[in-house]
Design a protein around this ligand. Sequence first.
Ligand code: T3D
Length: 258
Amino acid sequence: MSSILFEIRDQVAFITLNRPEKMNAFTREMALLLQSKLDECASLHEVRAVFITGAGRTFSAGQDLAEVVDPEGPGMAKILSEHYNPLVTRIRNLPKPVIAAVNGVAAGAGANLALCCDIVVAAKSASFIQAFSKIGLIPDTGGTWWLPRLVGWQKAAGIAFLGDKISAENAEKMGMLYAVYSDEEFTGAARALAAVLAQMPTRALALTKHALNYSATNTLEAQLQLEDELQQKAAETKDHAEGVNAFLNKRAPQFKGE
Ligand code: T3D
């Protein structure tokens, strides 16, 4: 069975991290396969939203620690530069919305991979653990970048230093998540969200994502300039014309992602 399951349905690419017996911990093979699936999502016109979840009771326990101590393994330098860093940049640069549907524990690189997605939703029983400090490491996979931006400096430091388990409800209260659903509703609600996003004006969402990426480091003046440039591009899309036409004719828009 593949460590990454991949299926396209109704213009949504469903990606499932699939090593449930090892809490979907990442090996090199799995990280590289996920990278290639994200590339496929970027290039396929029929994919208009990406949905990442975990098989079984966990989202992901992060790096496979058995691989870390394997003398034949990739070693720390490759684990970050060839596995997780390219995953984060692929997700941030993918010109389509990426949803992390956190079904259970998300630990270490698994937690931060979820947090770098555009929209993070979680089941009520899910949790987030910056497990790094427990094994003498620092948060990676963008954790030191995302956490202070999402939850503020104090909470970020506490969560990163202590490595304690943050429930989905507390994570939502802190601003780490878009929504938490009951365990019963979770799969349906998360998929419904992906279905809605896949019918939206994909290019405008991609341009919005681009603007949000830059907002973290831009000055206000630079961001206003960027919005100006990106809005010109959005205004040239067929979906913009369709949206305006649908509004004026009092009908629902039919966006094509063009
Ligand atoms: O060098 C580097 O490491 C650089 C890269 C760093 C990136 C990182 O992600 S560092 C952080 C790595 N992750 C962790 O430290 C988390 C370790 N796992 C846990 O803390 C717990 O397993 C969980 C909280 C995720 C779940 O706990 P629980 O009690 O529900 O399950 P469990 O019994 O601990 O685990 C079930 C199985 O999964 C077990 O295997 P076994 O004994 O049944 O054969 C366990 O060993 C395995 N497993 C869980 N996490 C990992 C793992 N195997 C390898 N690597 C793991 N990360």
